[in-house]
Write a protein that binds this ligand. Structure first.
Ligand code: FMN
Length: 187
């Protein structure tokens, strides 16, 4: 890892007890560390435990009243790029992620974002499509290359880890390459 590399935050969107999101995030972190292009951080929205948006002023003003918002702002600010690890719920992404996005504004801007979507038959595809529409409002740059995992729970070993899958690894590396290319352009 090179300290001057851009910071990539892997954001775990699911907060449900028994969620599979962290397993896919842990797998992705390993691939990203092996890739070597980023300083990799994990951000778990379950640990962050933000309330529903409770700031009186529009986030673009950056006049935050609550410590949880200031902390969230500082976290997102230090990232150069993101991978949203998103489940698909009812043909969309989850409300916790939308809330976390809505809390901030400038902190997201001019940064590339890739998606690791997973679910049942939908493989996270519809969640990702919805996210692309939302993130462009914040001047984020969504990349085309994505990791999609259908029937995600079935891809885990009895220990709860993502079972070895060269195709999944290859998809992750392609996404990381593109994320790095776009991040360098944006910097
Ligand atoms: C409320 C809810 C809605 C779901 N809707 C969909 C869906 O529309 N499409 C799909 O492919 N899977 C759907 N699923 C399956 C989830 O994507 C799958 O259970 C996944 O493991 C959820 O992620 P998590 O375990 O990290 O929370 C749904 C699951 C839940 C709990």
């Amino acid at each position: 890892m090179n300290e001057s590399n851009p910071v990539l935050q892997i954001v775990i969107a699911s907060t449900r007890p028994g969620r599979v999101g962290p397993a896919f995030a842990e797998w992705f972190v390993k691939v990203a560390e092996g890739h070597g292009g980023f300083v990799v951080e994990t951000v778990d929205l379950a640990e962050r435990n933000l309330p529903f948006l409770d700031e009186p002023k529009h986030p673009k003003l950056r006049e935050y009243q609550h410590q949880h918002t200031k902390d969230w702002s500082a976290t997102v600010d230090r990232a150069d790029a993101f991978v949203f690890v998103t489940p698909e719920y009812n043909y969309g992404y989850n409300a916790v992620l939308k809330n976390a996005i809505d809390f901030l504004h400038q902190e997201w801007a001019d940064k590339a974002v890739g998606f690791l979507g997973y679910g049942g038959v939908g493989a996270g595809t519809r969640a990702i499509q919805q996210l692309k529409q939302v993130v462009t409002t914040l001047r984020m740059v969504p990349i085309f290359e994505a990791v999609n995992v259908p029937f995600a729970a079935g891809k885990l070993t009895p220990d709860g880890e993502v079972a070895a899958d060269p195709q999944l690894d290859a998809a992750a590396v392609v996404m990381l390459d593109e994320l790095l290319r776009v991040t360098k352009l944006l910097r």
